[in-house]
Ligand binder design. Sequence first.
Ligand SMILES: [Zn+2]
Length: 111
Amino acid sequence: MNFSRKIKRNKAKNRAKHARKALKTMGKRMDSLGESCRACGKPFDKKDPEALSSWVVYVEDNDARLVCPTCKKKIDELVREQEDDDVGINEAGGAEAQANTRVGVDSDTGE
Ligand SMILES: [Zn+2]
């Protein structure tokens, strides 16, 4: 019974793929890096130390995507949901696993 180990490894491997998928789901802005959040378009202040430490960059295929902390959180939620979906497909008893899925209702910080 090493199902769980196998699933864990798949999760890690799929994480980047899911993040990219999540980004696509969230927004279609194709601005270049360094100006604003790729998902919601919020401007990035390079002089703000807090922004520098909290914003994240996803790099895929040599293309960097800047993402604000609010969207980062949403992406994490989406990635988690997609990971749970994968488990549901790969594993018998997936319905139960999905029932345990945390529904992402974390409120935005309003930034
Ligand atoms: Zn954003």
